[in-house]
Structure formats: structure tokens, C-alpha cells
Design a protein around this ligand. Sequence first.
Ligand code: TYD
Ligand code: MG
Length: 450
Amino acid sequence: MKVRSQFVCQQCGASYTKWVGQCTNCQSWNSLVEQVVDTGASGGKSAIEKGRASGKKLDFVKLSSVVPSDAKARLLTEFEDLNTVLGGGILMGSVCLLAGQPGIGKSTLLMQICAEIAKGHDVLYISGEESAGQVKLRAERLGAKSERLNFAASTSGNDIAKTIEGGEFDLVIVDSIQTLAMDEISSAPGTVSQVTNCGNLIIRAAKATDTAVVIVGHVTKDGTLAGPKVLEHLVDVVLQFEGDRYGGFKTVRAVKNRFGSTNEVAIFEMLGTGLREVQNPSAALLAERTNTDGSVILATMEGNRPILVEIQALATSTNFGYPKRTASGFDLNRLNLLIAVLERRTKLKLSDKDIFINVVGGMKLNDSAADLAICMAIASAVAGRKLGEEYVVFGEVGLGGEIRSAFRADQRIAEAKKLGFLHAIGPSTVHDKFVIPAKDLRETLIRYVK
Ligand code: TYD
Ligand code: MG
């Protein structure tokens, strides 16, 4: 087999023998990705060139006679919410990618999972980043002492796949895919071709032997998986580990799950003894609240879970001509849009104000119903007036300054009641005595920010 690599534009598919910054075919920048092509036996024409199928007829089965894979065993972690995120535990024979920034706690989480599963199964932890000694230190700290927990240090994709093919283990952890390399490919570990091919090899071995495999993948600063997006398509489950590196809550959610819903989320905090699931995040998030101006409690949804989180806004006069807007935990474009709506629809003067938004606890909001709370926090900060302590807020704000409905209002309300709030300011479409209907942004601000 002759192996050669080529660079293929991911936008238009044009291929090059050398890497160039701009595709000369479609003019897109930075879109070339290295791919390995198997040129086939030297000389002979390939099937593609001949235009005829070279494969053999498939063996098919009656779907009615197939045993559903859900009937297969699932490996349960000690974390209940994480099991739910996984769709009921780690499925045998499934390949899961755990993606997260360096230092967020991927190795810690996986060691804890290993410790629990090794009580009843054979587990192998393969690290390409740390030595046995280092991993042992962490394992001790996390209380992993099962005899069935094994360790190997390796950076060879071939060796790891071969080991999985042996079928001795029920669960294999590969930490991390970016450190792996295959002998057949000359490029450095972490490059697209290495990651894709090592990933493929491992996945095939896992499927062949019904071994559950969890692969760690580092993500870059902007949140995308370092290396290829293709890996996300190859694996069964993609878990995203997000949050602050230091302190704060960390969330694990499935961005892809072939065996379960992608709406669930598990919330963790890092302690000296490893990660711990946070059962009641709302209470913890609100514990340090001081009711100042600019502070509003938002009833938001984190996947399928309602969470109350404090939104803080700060407004100061602009020193230099151009006002500065900063958001931590909230989309900056959305913030700019809301500021424009506020200026236009409520006559609040914001063009000479620097505005800062902070979502307390390191949470990242991804909920359109956060709009009203953000607007109220800004108005409260600018006016220097507080919102009553008894209110939670939710609702989307339209460009006309109208307040629109939010999904799962009942769950948001239930969570607010549970934590002792007396009223919610929310969309008028919700029929619940707990909710004070709000129709228009201007009216709502005049009524409550005082
Ligand atoms: P780690 O799991 O190594 O992160 P990743 O594999 O995602 O790069 O560890 C993350 C951080 O967690 C590390 O800086 C040290 C800290 N930590 C604790 O606070 N408590 C613990 O019990 C452990 C094991 C780590
Ligand atoms: Mg690690």
C-alpha cells in the first residue's frame, strides 16, 4: 500500500499537493485540511477510475431479528446525572468523546468513573500525557483502589487499537487523542490525519470487541475541538465539558448522543477530593447574593434542568468616545442587540455608558429567555435602582420591545417556588398566578425597577 497525503479544501473539495493559505478555487481562507490517500497497488487502476463497484454484495439481516443495542449492558458511573446525560450509563461497545479545555478536569472525571466501574469490570486507563506514577497519585487521591483497574502509558494508535482488539477490557480510556500517532503517517501527533486515523482505528477495534471506549479530546480556546471535526461524526457520543478552569461550576452535556437525549446536563464542582455532582445548583448560585442595583435573578434552563442564576450588570460613564460592552457568560452580539432595543424602545440613554454583564457562578447562558433579565439588570444598574428581592425573571425580548414566550415556563416557575421566591416576571402567555404578566419592556421597567 502506498500512502500519500493531499490537502483538501473543506469548502469546495479542491485538492492540492501542498498546503496553501487560500484555496485558489473558491477563495476561502484556511480551509485546507490534510488527508491521507491510499493510492492503491502501484500501477493498477483503482475502482474509482474504472467507474465500477469493486466490493462484494452485503450480508443483510431482517431488522425484526436484530437484538436492539439498548438491551446491551450499560456501565454505570457513580454520578447519577452523568448517567442520565449518557442515556443511562456508558453503553458497551460505544465510543464516547469527552471534549474540554485543558485543565477543566477530564482526567479527574474519567479516573473517578474508572474507579467506580472497576469495582465490577475490567478497566484499562491509557494515558499519553502522564506517567504511571502521576496517574497513581491522582487515583489515590480519588480513592481508586480496585484490583481490576489497569494502567498503560502509550502514544501509539496502533498499539492501543491492538490492545482493545484483545477484548480483555470492558472499558478503555484513551487520554488523549491529541497525543496519539500512527506509524504509517509521518505527520506530528494532534494533526488532522493522525487524529482521524487513530480515532478510526480505535473505533473499529471497540466495535469489533464490544468494548466501551472513552476518548479524551482537548478543545481550543474558542471551544472547537482541536484537530478535526470529523472525529465528532465518527463517535457515538460527544460529551462537552465546560466551565471555569478555576472554581465555579462545570457542566457536562452531550452535544451528540446516538443512545439518548442531548437535553440533559450534569453539573459538577471540583473539590480537593475530585469532582462532585451539584444536586441543587440554584441554591448554591444564590447563596452569596447581595441585592444591589444591577442584580436580577433569572430562571433559566440548562438543558432539561431549571436553574436560577444571578445576572449582574454594571454601568459606568464612558471615558473615551466609544462605549465599551463586555459580557461574561452571555453572547456579546445578543447584548448589543438588547442595548439597542433598550435605547430605542424605553428611552433609556446608554450611548455614553460602558456596560458590563456578568453571569454569576461561571455559567454560560444559552437561553433566549435570558433577554428580559439582562435588560432589567442593565436598566437597574443605569438607574441605580433595585429590583425587589422576591422576583425572578424570564422571557425573550423582541426587537419591538415586546416580551415573548419562553419554553418550559412551568419548570422555571417550579424551581423559583422551591427556592422561596414569591413572584416571577414573565411573558403574558404563561397562565399561572405566580407569574406577573409582562407585555412590554418599557412598561415592565417602569413598574419594577424602582
Ligand atoms: P485534570 O483532570 O488533570 O484536567 P484535564 O485532564 O482536563 O486537563 O485536572 C484539572 C484540575 O483539577 C487540576 O489543575 C487540578 C485540579 N484537581 C483538584 O482540584 N482536585 C482533585 O482532586 C484533582 C484530581 C484535581
Ligand atoms: Mg488530562
